[in-house]
Design a protein around this ligand. Structure first.
Ligand code: PMP
Length: 393
């Protein structure tokens, strides 16, 4: 559909398409990386406490109590924490706050286009890993295979961008990003691959970026499942912005809370965007529930251990069946069936009541992203995988 009432910019947008949330049939949902276990009981107590007469009052626009709880848990100051309505909202704010936008000089990439390093202007020079460098310092960089919301935000805010190819094993090479740029963003672990990057390599890239006067955003949405957060390093890296979500590790995808941690000047930048958009992004119930979740670290560390153990078991069982599994430190696996397209494998699983995520995109069309569910759910998934492999061998 298109409407005469739509602005030109709106017409050119290709919005993000979230994974299916079925309403009719009962599915085993392994398609949107939700946590299969319930939130801490303290979350419900907090919601009950907050659901009182005070709901007639606006919530605290600064989310101070939640920020204090996050700060205490991670050993930073409340002024170094920003809370938002899901990490997607924080990502959107960050693109607007820190990346050069539509005012970029003429000659840079226009709204709605994403170049790929390696196919861009032929005047550049090749890096050790084959990435083309250009001298254009306004394009932001992110991997060619990554969270598919990044190009959407870039379009929305008219931020010129360029993708940097992962290698053949889906590994990010931080040295490929050492080209003049308008900013860098990637998830660690990366999505949808699950591959993690080494802390020292990211910090060294952050230092390089600092010398360029540019920001490095690391989206740590999946860091709780075996990776190491960079939060302890924000004190020495003024250009490093870390974004977390309570959707996965805290079993609160339905609540919509995320947070960012960085030095005050970056946090203040996010506040400026929020306060030019919607002062009250988190309601009273969400603020109270999120604070209760963050305060119950032992409960959630237990959940993460269970998910990690299931991930290890499922990885081995899939590999034993000849299915390729990319090593993952996230709450999902990126897998490929032998001799079968990703679309066909996803359809076969759906037929049996199991939803997984398939991205019909270059390089990864044969892969599926499978969230780690309960052991029982994963046993059913493995059963079906066995049948699919039996058919295609
Ligand atoms: N970053 C990455 C890499 C993700 O996969 C997701 C989940 N789709 C998000 C951010 C957003 O999470 P949320 O908005 O639920 O906090």
């Amino acid at each position: 559909m298109e409407s005469v009432y739509w602005s030109g910019r709106l017409r050119r947008l290709s919005p993000y398409i979230p994974g299916e949330q079925p309403r009719d049939r009962q599915f085993i949902k392994l398609n949107t990386n939700e946590n299969p276990y319930p939130p801490s009981p303290r979350v419900f107590e907090a919601i009950n406490r907050a659901a009182g007469e005070t709901i007639r009052l606006y919530p605290d626009p600064s989310c101070l109590e939640l920020r204090e709880t996050i700060a205490a848990r991670y050993g930073v100051k409340p002024s170094q924490v920003f809370a938002g309505n899901g990490s997607d909202e924080i990502l959107a704010f960050a693109f607007a706050a820190f990346f050069p936008g539509a005012s970029a000089p003429a000659g840079t990439i226009a709204l709605g286009t994403t170049a790929t390093a390696g196919t861009a202007a032929p005047t550049g020079t090749m890096s050790a890993t084959g990435t083309l460098s250009t001298t254009d310092a306004t394009e932001i960089l992110f991997p060619d295979i990554t969270y598919s919301f990044y190009p959407v935000y870039a379009d929305l805010w008219a931020v010129p961008c360029k993708t940097v190819p992962l290698d053949g094993d889906f590994v990010i090479h931080p040295e490929d990003y050492r080209i003049p740029n308008g900013g860098i963003i990637f998830p660690n672990p990366n999505a949808p691959t699950g591959r993690v990057l080494d802390t020292a390599a990211i910090l060294s890239l952050a230092e390089w970026q600092e010398r360029q006067g540019r920001v490095l955003i690391v989206d740590e949405a999946y860091i709780a499942f075996g990776g190491r957060t960079l939060i302890p390093h924000i004190s020495t890296h003024p250009n490093l912005l870390l974004i977390h979500t309570l959707s996965k590790s805290a079993s609160l995808a339905g609540l919509r809370v995320g947070f960012a941690v960085a030095q005050e000047e970056l946090i203040e930048g996010l506040c400026r965007v929020r306060d030019s958009f919607n002062s009250y992004t988190l309601d009273r119930l969400a603020q109270a529930a999120a604070a209760a979740a963050v305060a119950d670290a032992p409960y959630y560390e237990g959940l993460a251990r269970r998910i990690i153990a299931t991930r290890a078991r499922v990885t081995v069982e899939l590999e034993n069946r000849g299915i390729t599994v990319i090593p993952s430190l996230a709450n999902f696996l990126f897998i490929r069936f032998p001799g079968l397209s990703g679309a066909a494998a996803a359809a076969a699983l759906r037929e049996q009541g199991i939803l997984v995520r398939h991205f019909n995109r270059d390089r990864i069309a044969d892969f599926l992203r499978v969230s780690i569910g309960t052991d029982e759910e994963m046993d059913m998934f493995l059963q079906e995988c066995k049948k699919i492999v039996g058919v295609c061998l």
